[in-house]
Each structure stands twice: as structure tokens, then as C-alpha cells.
Design a protein around this ligand. Structure first.
Ligand SMILES: CC(C)(COP(=O)(O)OP(=O)(O)OC[C@H]1O[C@@H](n2cnc3c(N)ncnc32)[C@H](O)[C@@H]1OP(=O)(O)O)[C@@H](O)C(=O)NCCC(=O)NCCS
Length: 220
């Protein structure tokens, strides 16, 4: 048991440059406290003592500002940094060594029943204020940018950014998102280039353009 506790404390020390000692993490880190309460609540939840489970988790929420449903499934080494405003829904699954910052929601969209919250792989980082909504997977080592709203699957080793989130990096390499709706029409671009070339030539040889207004027309 002490070995496990030491492991959890060390995994936080490794990821937070501000953490000075295990004692500091143990007594002062609200994320650490919330995860420990979750582990107790989850035991009661799995042993069908759902009221006690919810009671423990709500008490932890009052003390830490972090709400973790006791029915969530959480692997080892979860680090919730700062913590305030974090919400983790009932059917959420979180792999090992994930990091969540303040204001993160792992929630549902309200459209799904049963499994309705996301599944995070191992070593996933979710930035401050990000919302991941729906029953899809966020792959191992993925990074979700601060403030992103993720509504669909994120592949392994990818970075998701923006609202709604788009994949901008996979394995560190840039991903080009082609916007099929707002992209410019290449034929229209070429026609416009030809039109301005014709206008230039007409100006050069002194022939007024049919599309140009007559001198003085509409200027008074
Ligand atoms: C996304 C993040 C993890 C960086 O991941 P990365 O894979 O190294 O990606 P990059 O830094 O190369 O950024 C990729 C692109 O996304 C953009 N981007 C990064 N973070 C962004 C954000 N939060 N919102 C919008 N765009 C963002 C970058 O400008 C870059 O754009 P470009 O491709 O046009 O240059 C990091 O920016 C982030 O948001 N971390 C969260 C940290 C946090 O919450 N800290 C709170 C501490 S209290």
C-alpha cells in the first residue's frame, strides 16, 4: 500500500516542477486528495453501496472543487493539477499516468445513454478548461489544448486544438486541415486573375473597359 502511495506521489512530483516534496503533495495538493477520495468512493460503488460512494465523492467536491463520479474507471498515476472545476462523469475511463488541468470536463453531450463519457488512453494530457464530450476514445499520448472542445475521436500521439477541436499534430508533425466548405474555387481565382490582366492591358492601350464606369458616372 505504501509502495502504491509513494508511486502516486512520485508520478505527481515528476510532472509538476512546482512540487517540492512528497509531504507537500500529500497535504496540499487538492488533485491528489480528490483522487484518493475517488479510490475510496469507487470501492463502495463497486460493492453496491452507491449512497456512501456518492457521499464521499460529494464531500471531496466541497473540499477540492473536483467532482469525480465514483463509477468512473481511473488507472494509476492520474494527476489533476490545480483542480478547481474539474468534472469527470460516471462512464468515463482514464488510462495510466494522465494529466488534467483545472476546468476540464470529461462529460456527455446529453444525447447518449449508457456509456456516454469519453475514454482516455495512457499518458493523455488535457489542458486547462478543455471539454471532452461524448463516448469516444482519446488515444495514448494524445494532447488536448487548453480551451478545446473535443467532440470526436482523437488518434494516438495527436494534438487536438480549438472549438470544435481539430487535429493539428500527429507524432509531432503538422496536419493540414482542408476546409472543404470555405476553400477558394481555383477556377474562379484563375478567371479573376485573367480579368484583371485584361483590364491592365486595356488601360495600357487606352481602350475603356466595358465593365468600367463611364468617366463622371456616379461620381457626383
Ligand atoms: C496544445 C499544447 C499541449 C501543445 O501541444 P503541441 O503538440 O506541442 O502543439 P504546438 O505547441 O506545436 O501547437 C500546435 C498548434 O496549435 C496551436 N495551439 C496550441 N495551443 C493552443 C490552444 N490552447 N488553443 C488554440 N491553439 C493552440 C499552436 O499555435 C500551433 O499552431 P500552428 O500549427 O498554426 O503553429 C499546449 O499548447 C497546451 O494547450 N497545453 C495546455 C497546458 C495547460 O493547460 N496549462 C495550464 C497550466 S495552469
Amino acid at each position: 500500500m505504501f509502495e502504491k502511495l509513494k508511486e502516486e506521489l512520485d508520478s505527481i512530483m515528476d510532472r509538476d516542477p512546482a512540487a517540492r516534496s512528497r509531504i507537500e503533495v500529500y497535504f496540499l495538493y487538492s488533485g491528489f486528495r480528490a483522487v484518493r477520495s475517488y479510490r475510496r468512493a469507487n470501492w463502495f460503488y463497486r460493492h453496491n453501496m452507491k449512497f456512501i460512494a456518492r457521499w464521499i465523492s460529494q464531500r471531496a467536491r466541497h473540499k477540492t472543487g473536483i467532482e469525480i463520479h465514483p463509477g468512473a474507471t481511473i488507472g494509476k498515476g492520474l494527476f489533476i493539477d490545480h483542480g478547481m472545476g474539474v468534472v469527470i462523469g460516471e462512464t468515463t475511463e482514464i488510462g495510466d499516468n494522465c494529466t488534467l488541468y483545472q476546468g476540464v470536463t470529461l462529460g456527455g453531450t446529453g444525447k447518449d445513454h449508457g456509456k456516454r463519457h469519453p475514454t482516455l488512453g495512457d499518458n493523455v494530457m488535457v489542458g486547462a478548461g478543455a471539454k471532452i464530450l461524448g463516448p469516444f476514445r482519446v488515444g495514448n499520448n494524445a494532447r488536448v489544448a487548453a480551451g478545446a472542445v473535443v467532440l470526436s475521436e482523437v488518434p494516438e500521439n495527436a494534438t487536438a486544438v480549438g472549438v470544435p477541436a481539430k487535429i493539428v499534430r500527429v507524432n509531432g508533425a503538422k496536419v493540414y486541415n482542408l476546409d472543404q466548405i470555405h476553400m477558394t474555387d481555383p477556377v474562379a481565382q484563375e478567371l479573376s486573375r485573367l480579368q484583371s490582366e485584361i483590364l491592365n492591358l486595356r488601360h495600357k492601350i487606352g481602350t475603356p473597359s466595358q465593365t468600367e464606369p463611364e468617366a463622371g458616372c456616379g461620381t457626383r
